[in-house]
Design a protein around this ligand. Structure first.
Ligand code: GRF
Length: 198
């Protein structure tokens, strides 16, 4: 069976826990994929170090540098990447990259989109907003990436209750546990659906 070649893009400050969950699930055969490449804006971040410790290939691409789009396209082509996962990558992707990977770029968001999404809605801000709105449940959404923040078609959601007395931290942790399962399930589904189309 062909293992799809996946790149995971991380941000400068992420823990990299979603990245590691995907890499472990792929290594264990739960996703028909191999994590071929990690793209990181920093090589000495916690996430980048964790990736290398796991034996993953980490390459550097800095969105603040000139030539970023070309650098990304070059890396993706060089490593024959078929699917991209954004795991803690908080920016919009260059439109050239979006165009090269239609319905092949996935993002995870720590809330039940379309609620609590959009620019500035990341990390703690999301969980604070969920608690302020007195929601009874939260969860995570894996969706396809488009040119707007958090607006692409959803692939799957997982839900959990908001408990009385929750803090942004306690809610974030409950949601993060769901994220680690949801991202791999969504990636496996997209790969299988794409391969079935061929
Ligand atoms: C996750 O909460 C994810 O939903 C969001 O960024 C966070 C990344 O966490 N997009 P980690 O770096 O994967 O631990």
């Amino acid at each position: 069976m062909h293992l799809a070649r996946v790149a995971i893009m991380i941000g400068p400050k992420g823990r990299g826990s979603n990245m590691l969950a995907i890499a472990h699930n792929a290594a264990d055969g739960r996703i028909p994929a191999e994590v071929s490449l990690i793209i990181s804006p920093k090589l000495d971040s916690h996430a980048a170090i964790g990736a290398r410790e796991m034996g993953l290939r980490v390459e550097h691409a800095d969105p603040n540098r000139e030539g970023y789009t070309e650098r990304l396209l070059e890396l993706l082509q060089l490593h024959k990447i078929e699917f991209i996962c954004l795991a803690g990558y908080l920016r919009l992707l260059p439109k050239e990259v979006l165009a090269a990977y239609p319905n092949r770029i996935l993002n995870i968001h720590p809330a039940l989109l379309p609620k609590f999404g959009g620019k500035g809605m990341y990390g703690r801000h999301v969980h604070e907003a969920v608690l302020a709105a007195r929601e009874l449940e939260s969860g995570c959404t894996v969706h396809f990436v488009t040119e707007n923040y958090d607006e692409g078609p959803p692939i799957l959601q997982k839900r959990c209750p908001v408990e009385p007395g929750d803090t942004p931290e306690s809610l974030a942790l409950r949601v993060l546990r769901l994220e680690h399962v949801a991202f791999s399930e969504a990636l496996a589904k997209v790969i299988r659906d794409t391969q079935a189309e061929v």
